[in-house]
Design a protein around this ligand. Structure first.
Ligand SMILES: Nc1nc2c(ncn2[C@@H]2O[C@H](COP(=O)(O)OP(=O)(O)OP(=O)(O)O)[C@@H](O)[C@H]2O)c(=O)[nH]1
Ligand SMILES: [Mg+2]
Length: 597
């Protein structure tokens, strides 16, 4: 018997509870055990965020519901975009306190444009500061604002405590599980359009890899039936074709893949046997069939260079260090990371284009965990030229802060060429929306956290390219650079820490040209950090042991990317993150700066 199929994606702003909801749906339908979470990747677990879209399925009342959980962070927007074409409706989760946020708008806009209908889940209704009614109103306005048609505007609403696996249709209903949401899905999401009699057309939206089977494509069958052993044609959106053969076929049961002999239109399945299959291509059976519309993904906004680590400490800590190894790894990444672009033309570096600092940072973090060593240059925004005019990407930044700190935020944002679009105050909390060139925003997050004592929330959304705004002055600290090779001495650091913030503590190996801290006032400063107390001078008071250093502000990958200057490289190894000048000796630096002026 063929079951009815419903295909849905869960979308929302970051942290509004998509994964909690997906997990609870899987648990309550008996697909996974109690302590399971869809955030299975090591980095996802560590950071408590979703990075990759993932799909699974549940069975309810003789219906198979394929569910795609998506990430909410703006940098992973392409992970959402690529799945939206393959599903029939979205569950839009909105936090009952925060209301619609920038990424709510982004993902809803993409969904509405594709003609998808939504079920709105107002989540976290257990929060003491929930504002369910107002939030519901705001969601309606957002739909209107984004040009939803009448059918889309008529969205059903479910209230939820996703964390506890509870959903209800009316706020004062009594409910102990997600049945009301499941019923809503069955009632409101149309069964997958499934004409099994037509010739096969299937489109992958995700790729996976298996040591034995090679590349796997996860996609939706739009028409027809797919069978193991079948000869197929792969058609690119441009019309080019190649031949292939399906060697294995899997359907999803919970998160497990279940080998099947055939699958029919409407379902989401995984196929093996097409070693060069790519996202957005069409798997079909005859050249006369039209390719399915391409899956469109927004353009990257920032870029930086990846290069071999040629620092004096290069090659000591990693096992994959050559240009060839880095190139192969980046080529592999391109197959699965649809928001990424890479230019391999230069012989000295690979130019990597991404959707934001976190998008790039996750790639680098994965690489260092695999044993790679590399250097990267400062992230730069992508400047376009259109009709002789220079254009740069702009972002809308939504900031929630205690009103006490709003002055400091406005001042800093103005300096970085941000302008206020809207300002609201509720109690002693303020929400300020700015428009700012991405270039101005780069490097601001760290300062924002300090300026708002960690109590502010900042989220962004790329709004497109606008005329270039000219020079932006934002860096008012210089770099403190080691002039010597050796181990840092507490005695020297004790003096140096009065000049700025140190990135390293005592007894750390440094090299000439390595950046060991910043200088609060003024330009770069070359220093000696390895000089110990002069031991022959017996009258010198105090010993190294009595020196109490302020704990260093240690560089993480993201901090490094954020604070690094244009003439620096961030050196990344499985064990260390170091910042260095591109020119290691002071003489070379002076020469280089003369040349560029
Ligand atoms: N109070 C409360 N907390 C919840 C609820 N649902 C989820 N949370 C918490 O909210 C946090 C974020 O939940 P996630 O499910 O990871 O959010 P997400 O939308 O998947 O986040 P990203 O995938 O990173 O965008 C977690 O700490 C959850 O425990 C809820 O109904 N009430
Ligand atoms: Mg999640």
């Amino acid at each position: 018997m063929i079951m009815e199929i419903r295909n849905i994606a869960i979308i929302a702003h970051v942290d509004h509870g998509k994964t909690a909801l997906t997990d609870a749906l899987l648990k309550q339908t008996g697909m996974v055990t109690e302590d399971f979470s869809m955030d299975t990747n090591a980095l996802e677990k560590e950071r408590g965020i979703t990075i990759y879209s993932k799909n699974g399925s549940i069975f309810y009342k003789n219906t198979k519901i394929n569910i795609v959980d998506t990430p909410g962070h703006a940098d992973f927007g392409s992970e959402v975009e690529r799945v939206l074409r393959s599903i029939d409706a979205v569950i839009l989760v909105v936090d009952a306190q925060e209301g619609p946020m920038p990424q709510t708008r982004f993902v809803l806009k993409k969904s509405l444009e594709l003609g998808l209908k939504a079920i709105v889940v107002i989540n976290k209704i257990d929060k003491p500061a929930q504002r369910c009614e107002i939030v519901q109103e705001e969601v309606y306005e957002l739909f209107l604002d984004l040009g939803a048609n009448d059918e889309q505007l008529d969205f059903p609403v479910v209230y939820a405590i996703a964390r506890d696996g509870i959903a209800k249709v009316n706020l004062d209903d009594h409910s102990t599980d997600l049945t009301p949401l499941l019923e809503m899905i069955i009632a409101k999401v149309e069964p997958a359009d499934a004409d099994a009699t037509l010739p096969l057309r299937m489109q992958p939206f995700n790729l996976a890899y298996d040591d034995f089977l090679g590349r796997l494509a996860i996609g939706r069958i739009y028409e027809g039936t797919i069978k193991v052993g079948q000869t197929v044609i792969v058609k690119q959106p441009t019309g080019e074709i190649r031949n292939g053969k399906i060697t294995k076929l899997f359907s999803f049961k919970g998160l497990a893949r279940e080998e099947v002999a055939e699958a029919t239109a409407g379902d989401i399945v995984m196929v093996a046997g097409l070693p060069d299959i790519f996202i957005g291509e069409t798997i079909c059976v005859s050249d006369s069939q039209e390719a399915l519309p391409a899956i469109s993904i927004d353009e990257p906004t920032i870029c930086l260079n990846f290069l071999v680590n040629n620092s004096p400490f290069g090659g000591k800590e990693g096992k994959l260090v050559t240009s060839k190894q880095i190139k192969e790894r980046l080529q592999k990444e391109l197959e699965v990371n649809v928001g990424l672009k890479i230019d391999f033309d230069s012989s000295e570096y690979f130019k990597v284009y991404g959707r934001g600092e976190l998008h790039i940072a996750i790639l680098i973090e994965n690489m260092r965990r695999e044993g790679f060593e590399l250097q990267v240059s400062q992230p730069q925004v992508i400047i376009k030229e259109e009709e002789g005019k220079k254009l740069e990407p702009f972002e809308e930044v939504t900031i929630d802060v205690p009103t006490l700190f709003s002055g400091a935020v406005i001042e800093k944002m103005a300096k970085r060429k941000g302008t206020i679009v809207k300002m609201d105050q509720e109690g002693d909390q303020s929400r300020i929306i700015f428009e700012i060139p991405t270039r101005g925003l780069l490097g601001y997050r760290g300062e924002f956290t300090i300026d708002t004592r960690g109590e502010g929330i900042l989220c962004t959304r790329v709004i497109g390219f606008k005329p270039y705004v000219g020079q932006i002055e934002k860096k008012d600290v210089g770099s403190m650079i080691s002039m010597a090779v050796g181990k840092t001495a507490a005695y020297s650091l004790d003096n140096l820490q009065t000049r700025g913030t140190l990135y390293i503590g005592a007894n750390i190996e440094v090299y000439e040209g390595m950046v060991i801290g910043n200088v609060a006032k003024g330009n770069d400063l070359t220093v000696n950090a390895i000089k110990g107390k002069n031991l022959t001078n017996m009258r010198a008071s105090g010993s190294d042991d009595s020196i109490r250093l302020t704990p260093p502000w240690e560089l993480s990958l993201e901090r490094g990317l954020e604070i690094m200057a244009e003439d620096e490289f961030l050196e990344i190894t499985p064990k260390s993150i170091r910042l260095r000048k591109q020119s290691l000796s002071e003489v070379d630096r002076i020469r280089a700066s003369r040349k560029s002026n």
